[in-house]
Design a protein around this ligand. Structure first.
Ligand SMILES: NC(=O)NCCC(=O)O
Ligand SMILES: [Zn+2]
Ligand SMILES: [Zn+2]
Length: 487
């Protein structure tokens, strides 16, 4: 049984051209003109793009005394409705601290629910010999090549610099990539305490407690620690010029540092926290907080110029009731917002439609770049013969207004409510199967998604190790006769 996507304009990270895409089973079999297949998928007047990859989600995550309400089923179905065919969720160790048990737990939660393919990043939330040992099995046996470090959430997920350095070194040995949430957790905690003491207890306190400098300092620190450990680094949810500047500077020096802005930071600003409606403002509490236009312009420029590579969502969706845990104390509002379903359409509307991004840059930022960074390209993230047929027929004639009434996410609000989106998937295909068809009452297909294994990064680690070995401190051999006698 073959399928052919006909009459569309293909857009990849490099170029656009008119061609058909032939799919055999789960794979792309041919790309060319006048192809035929058993089933025809019409892409007239539309673009044909690689399925989106969202590398930053927290589905059903236990966090801040509750559990994120978006499930693996609703989250992956919402993703498919928005053109995303793979997401990478953060796996957090439980009370026993075991990484391997945490993966088993994430498998148990996700296996029968996922409608799209998924993978995990493993979080390092402490440091000891058991974790050091288990990291090898995480990479080699479980197919996870990324480890996340929280520099914030003091007293909970936060790790200290020496722990991060040790973990980064272990990543370098294993050919894994460390990720960081860059915010100085000590300063945030001190500011929170002061703000509460000053009587600022509402969601605006969240924004005041996490200024851009706090993020910039942590981004710089993580970059220096990664360089000392001899590893590339990926910085999640880059929200401000200070962190972006640190990344730009590092890249200019030849360091392999990657930056991931979120669609929320690109399109929503800090004024949201000053809304008189407590619930409205609390819905938008996430870390780092939304910033102002200057920071947004910096992020957009980074995506266009290549100093920032990936647009994600950090989808961590808590219900209104869960957000109310923080009435009277903003530090107890569960941190996180949604965006899985809107990421691609928002980026198209605010990026491509305004001329800030080309369609090719859009594909790079939503799919191809992260597939390369995660070492799954060209199986994912491109339109290549032999690659997975994760394909979206992207239709710029489908307009819609974001509304909680029509969204697939099960959360009782949407932070993009009322925004006009100028494009949407006509069809979303995951490994050759149509999992979303616009206007055709598509339903979730829980359990059809697969876990995607990711191999260690042979090439970047090898190159960096070679360079570090060449530049390692060396003893200078001297003729003892020419060394003056000491005193
Ligand atoms: N970002 C956020 O506020 N919540 C999710 C956890 C994290 O990524 O920091
Ligand atoms: Zn984070
Ligand atoms: Zn996150």
């Amino acid at each position: 049984m073959t399928k052919v996507i006909k009459n569309g304009t293909i857009v990849t990270a490099d170029r656009q051209w008119k061609a058909d895409v032939l799919i055999e089973g789960e794979k792309i079999a041919q790309i060319g003109e006048n192809l035929s297949g058993d089933e025809v998928i019409d892409a007239s007047d539309a673009y044909v793009i690689p399925g989106g990859i969202d590398p930053h989600t927290h589905l059903e995550m236990p966090f801040m005394g509750t559990t994120a309400a978006e499930t693996f089923e609703s989250g992956t179905f919402a993703a498919a409705a928005g053109g995303t065919t793979m997401l990478v969720d953060f796996c957090l160790p439980g009370e026993d601290g075991s990484l391997l048990n945490a993966i088993d737990e994430w498998d148990r939660k996700s296996r029968d629910q996922i409608c799209t393919d998924i993978s995990y990043h493993m979080a390092i939330t402490g440091w000891n010999e058991k974790i050091w040992g288990e990291m090898e099995a995480v990479v080699k046996d479980r197919g996870i090549n990324t480890f996340k470090h929280f520099m914030a959430y003091k007293g909970a997920l936060m790790v200290e610099d020496d722990e991060m350095f040790a973990s980064f070194r272990r990543c370098a040995e294993l050919g894994a990539l460390p990720l960081v949430h860059a915010e100085n957790g000590d300063i945030v905690a001190a500011k929170q305490e002061q703000l509460l003491a000053d009587g600022i207890t509402g969601p605006e306190g969240h924004a005041y407690s996490r200024p851009p400098e706090v993020e910039g300092e942590a981004a710089n620190r993580a970059i220096m620690i990664a360089d000392a450990a001899g590893t590339p680094l990926y910085i999640v949810h880059v929200s401000c010029e200070q962190a972006h500047e640190a990344i730009r500077r590092a890249r200019q020096k030849g360091m392999r540092v990657y930056g991931e802005p979120l669609i929320q930071h690109l399109t929503l600003d800090e004024s949201e926290y000053f809304n008189k409606d407590w619930q409205y403002a609390a819905r938008r509490v996430m870390s780092p907080p939304f910033r102002n236009k200057m920071h947004q312009d910096s992020l957009w420029a980074g995506l266009a110029s290549g100093s920032l590579q990936v647009v994600a969502t950090d989808h961590a969706a808590f219900s209104d009731e869960q957000k109310r845990m923080g009435v009277g104390d903003f530090t107890r509002i569960p941190n996180g917002t949604g965006g899985l379903e809107e990421r691609m359409a928002m980026l198209w509307t605010k990026g491509v439609d305004t001329g800030r991004l080309t369609p090719e840059e859009f594909v790079a930022a939503t799919s191809t770049n992260i597939a390369k960074i995660l070492n799954i390209y060209p199986m994912k993230g491109g339109l290549t013969v032999g690659g997975d047929a994760d394909v979206v027929v992207w239709d710029p004639s489908i307009k819609r207004t974001v509304s909680v009434a029509t969204q697939k996410s099960i959360i009782d609000y949407n932070v993009f409510e009322g925004m006009e989106l100028s494009a949407a998937p006509r069809y979303t295909l995951s490994r050759g199967e149509v999992i979303w068809a616009h206007g055709q009452n598509s339903q979730p297909q829980p359990g059809r998604g697969k876990f995607v294994r990711r191999n260690p990064f042979a090439s970047a680690s090898k190159a960096l190790s070679k360079w570090k070995a060449l530049n390692t401190p060396r003893k200078i051999e001297r003729d003892p006769m020419n060394i003056p006698a000491g005193v």
